[in-house]
Design a protein around this ligand. Structure first.
Ligand code: CP3
Length: 364
């Protein structure tokens, strides 16, 4: 008798295996924002769709842009094409993307009354377009590589919902945190319930791993990070189904700027942590031991440099991870997934990305 489940057929499962620290033949790789504006074919499809949200809502085109980077690069995972702001949009905040400004909410929530009115969206109703995209992409992938689903962390979503768009200092949200923490907890709790039901639906629709993007958790003090961000991510992790199709569905937590909380993040029950470039991967590995796999962490700006620098930086990332691997860990079972430390920038050349993935495939 074994407690291991029988994996469903997947031609390349090294990403899922590495997330569980199982043996792999080489370091698996993918890239945050791998479908996006740095690709000319993406810009063309986006134009065809009209707006960014029209692209997310169009099943066929959302599937098409998910596949675009896979035609160029030998990545080991696909990521659902959508956005973290679909949830607040479905809550009625009215999302628009304004050129040069980024996401804007027409109806931000800034007081107790507005926050208490928020409901949890039904993922197979208001957010059905996302689940339809997951189902279409799984069909198109046809068992070649796994599909990652995702959501924003409650704290990160709250920054946009309260500020009404991108913010440098999160002044409104932090004012609420310090003057009326109970109202902020009401907001975070509703958003956490929404994220849980959204990710559960993505897993039911076919997502084979999920990542929670906590892009702005790093703006919090140590104490506030635990209370207002980690706490809610932990709640979400504990309520996700961890198996689908006879296979474990790994959960990845990514707090940008979260280097000082890695041990606490590893204790949430997540399978893997995303690491940005400010943290040394070997040190991270020593801190979390064998609890979780690690994903990351090359500075996206390396991709503005020439081929020799890109190859050298890729090797440094892989070597830095190896430096933290304890001798007792069997070779091949190290649990590293190569990625950037944050999303790729629109101004980077697709050829630079090709060099990066080529080096990972050779050296990893
Ligand atoms: O990684 C992928 O390829 C999957 C798709 C994906 C997008 N956004 C597509 C997108 C994912 C995983 C996200 C996550 C996301 N969205 C985050 C967390 C990750 C991070 O970068 O920290 C955040 C904070 C958002 C919110 C958001 N969406 C912003 C701030 C912006 C505008 C920023 C910009 O680059 O202009 C978006 C728009 C967005 N989401 C684009 C894409 C490809 C660009 C839209 C366009 O085509 O103009």
């Amino acid at each position: 008798m074994t407690t291991e489940t029988t994996p469903s057929p997947l031609k390349n499962d090294r990403f899922l295996r590495a997330l569980l620290r199982e043996e792999v033949d080489r370091t698996p790789m993918w890239m945050m924002r791998q479908a996006g504006r740095y690709l000319p074919e993406y810009r063309k499809t986006r134009e065809q769709a009209g707006s960014f949200m029209d692209l997310c809502r169009n099943t066929e085109l959302a599937c098409e842009v998910t596949m675009q980077p896979l035609r160029r690069y030998p990545v080991d995972a696909a990521i659902l094409f959508s956005d973290i702001l679909t949830i607040p949009d479905a809550m009625g905040l009215g999302l628009r993307f304004v050129a040069g400004e980024g996401p804007v909410f027409d109806n931000p929530v800034r007081d107790k009354a507005a926050i208490e009115k928020l409901g949890v969206p039904d993922p197979e109703d208001e957010l059905k377009y996302v689940m339809d995209a997951v189902r279409a992409i799984r069909k198109e992938l046809d068992g070649s590589i796994p599909l990652i689903g995702f959501a924003g962390s409650p704290w990160t979503l709250a920054t946009y919902m309260v500020e009404g768009g991108p913010s440098k200092d999160f002044a409104r949200l932090k004012a609420m945190m310090y003057s009326d923490p109970a109202t902020l907890h009401t907001l975070l709790s509703t958003v956490a319930k929404s994220v849980t039901s959204y990710l559960r639906a993505q897993i039911a629709a076919g997502a084979q791993a999920v990542q929670i993007f906590d892009s702005w958790g790093g703006a919090l003090s140590d104490e506030n990070y635990r209370e207002f961000s980690l706490n809610y991510m932990q709640q979400i992790v504990s309520e996700l189904p961890r198996e689908a199709d006879g296979r474990r569905v790994p959960v990845i937590l990514f707090t940008k700027g979260g280097g000082q909380w890695l041990e606490d993040m590893a204790d949430t029950g997540a399978d893997a942590l995303g690491i940005d470039w400010t943290t040394n991967l070997g040190n991270a590995r020593r801190l979390v031991g064998d609890k979780v796999a690690l994903q990351g962490n090359m500075d996206p700006c390396v991709l503005y440099a020439g081929e020799a620098a890109i190859r050298s930086e890729v090797r440094k990332v892989i070597d830095s991870f190896a430096s933290g691997v304890h001798l007792s860990i069997e070779p091949g079972k190290t649990g590293h997934i190569f990625n950037l430390g944050h999303g790729i920038h629109p101004g980077i050349k697709p050829e630079a990305v090709e060099v990066m993935f080529d080096e990972v495939a050779k050296y990893g």
